[in-house]
Design a binder for this molecule. Structure first.
Ligand SMILES: [Zn+2]
Length: 450
């Protein structure tokens, strides 16, 4: 593959660092975090493909972002950040929601930041005392998914159903990941608040997303119409296509194409506005090869694999720097310690998970397409860079946790019985062990890194 085609001759050590990263991506996964260049942490984990050089150049003159390969070839950057602007830019990007950050940087363009331009001051560090070890720690929690009933969970593609057999005690198993994540988040919130932390949940009512709407309300009371109208106005959708979306499209497709992307971006926006010290994105996994074995009625065979993992930002793939908001997210990851701190936080989480749930991190004996093709090992066991909407758009240290495999038969049996109350929701006892891992992670992180 030609890596440096079209690049200007002002190659500096930064460009060679990027080249080294790409070459590393073609080889076996690194066993530890590659060395970080001074001043701009995270490069080795950020880009997974050499085609992304079309959008970014880094040299002694600063960081230049390009909207397209043609702009790169003509050296027509949309944004330049000069080296003496790195600290101010980092502070701005760390403290603003993704849409505000994008608009601000695009307005700056190739100019310098205005004189006496100031970023919001960093949030004060936690101030623990003997009774409240997390006093002042700001934690955002994002309970994954939304559905509160089996019908919506099926539309969302997150309903776990396993056929009745002797192994299940003759009973069919059915439960919904969104309810597990919400119960977990509420438990984590209650425990962190008792330790003095300030906690924000992106969604707090069953079935209601970050916009404050159920899927049914979103679809029927104007929000979908507004989205489609905006897409037509922007030239992204023809009126005839909008008509099909509005009146002839299955709920499953509406959810995937319009509801979930809007909901995820809103989660990221609200988390940034809360200005957390750290964010946990809470999920429960499915062993994806087993998910592919669902029958015509979407019923799973019992799974035989169980593992934990956690995602951090990075591993941008071809085409994933095409939008300006994504290039500004990359800029933040270049200029801030967000990625390195996310790896640290997630390493804590994987260790705490093993301690509290008994589930080991995923290892190389388990082949998963999304790890092999879309992710990069971040160093610690079970921690991977992956460019998901929330790993990309949430500023600050984050851990996107996948605690266990819901389809693993012992887990499925445990998760399908709501035998306790967690955060005022009926829930299986197992979520308490998962919640304990998140709480322990917040405590460990706060104790070591503030
Ligand atoms: Zn999930």
């Amino acid at each position: 593959m030609v890596i440096f085609g079209g690049m200007n001759s002002a190659c500096t050590p930064w460009l060679f660092a990027i080249a080294g990263m790409w070459l590393a991506c073609q080889a076996a996964p690194p066993s530890s975090i590659p060395p970080q260049a001074e001043g701009l942490p995270g490069l080795p984990l950020l880009l997974r493909d050499s085609s992304l050089i079309d959008h970014v150049a880094i040299d002694s003159g600063g960081i230049r972002l390009y909207a397209s390969a043609a702009d790169r070839a003509a050296d027509r950057p949309e944004v330049i950040i000069y080296p003496d602007e790195y600290p101010l830019t980092a502070q701005l990007l760390r403290s603003l929601p993704w849409d505000s950050a994008t608009n601000l940087c695009l307005r700056k363009g190739r100019d310098r930041w205005p004189r006496r331009f100031e970023a919001p001051p960093p949030m004060p560090a936690p101030s623990p005392d003997s009774s409240q070890p997390l006093r002042g720690l700001r934690v955002a929690l994002d309970p994954g998914h939304i559905a509160a009933n089996p019908e919506t969970a099926e539309i969302e593609g997150k309903l776990v159903r396993i056929q009745a057999s002797a192994a299940t005690g003759g009973r069919p198993i059915a439960f919904n990941e969104a309810q597990l994540t919400l119960a977990t988040a509420r438990m984590v919130r209650d425990q962190l608040e008792a330790l003095g932390a300030k906690v924000y949940l992106t969604r707090d009512a069953p079935g209601v997303g970050a916009l404050g709407l159920t899927f049914a309300t979103w679809k029927t009371e104007g929000t979908l119409d507004s989205l489609l109208d905006a897409a037509i106005a922007a030239g992204d959708l023809r009126p005839a296509e909008a008509h099909i979306w509005r009146y002839q499209t299955a709920d499953k497709d509406l959810m995937a194409r319009w509801f979930l992307p809007q909901d995820l971006k809103e989660r990221a926006r609200r988390i940034a506005a809360f200005r957390p010290h750290l964010t946990f994105i809470i999920h429960y996994n499915i062993h994806s090869p087993n998910w592919e074995r669902r029958d015509g009625e979407h019923i799973l065979p019992p799974g035989d694999a169980n593992y934990s993992m956690a995602f951090v930002p990075g591993s941008f793939l071809p085409g994933e720097l095409s939008a300006s908001e994504d290039r500004i997210a990359l800029l933040r990851l270049l200029l801030t310690p967000d990625l390195a701190r996310s790896v640290r936080l997630s390493d804590h989480f994987i260790r705490a998970s093993q301690q509290h749930t008994g589930v080991a991190p995923v290892d190389s004996s388990i082949r998963l397409v999304y790890l092999d093709k879309f992710s990069l090992p971040a160093g610690p066991a079970g921690v991977y860079a992956r460019n998901l909407t929330l790993t990309r758009l949430i500023p600050g240290p984050l851990c996107y946790g996948e605690s266990l495999c819901q389809d693993y038969l012992p887990e499925a049996l445990a998760l399908s019985v709501p035998d306790t109350v967690a955060g005022d929701l009926p829930a299986p006892r197992r979520v308490a062990e998962v919640a304990a891992a998140y709480v322990a992670t917040a405590r460990a992180y706060a104790a070591r890194w503030f």
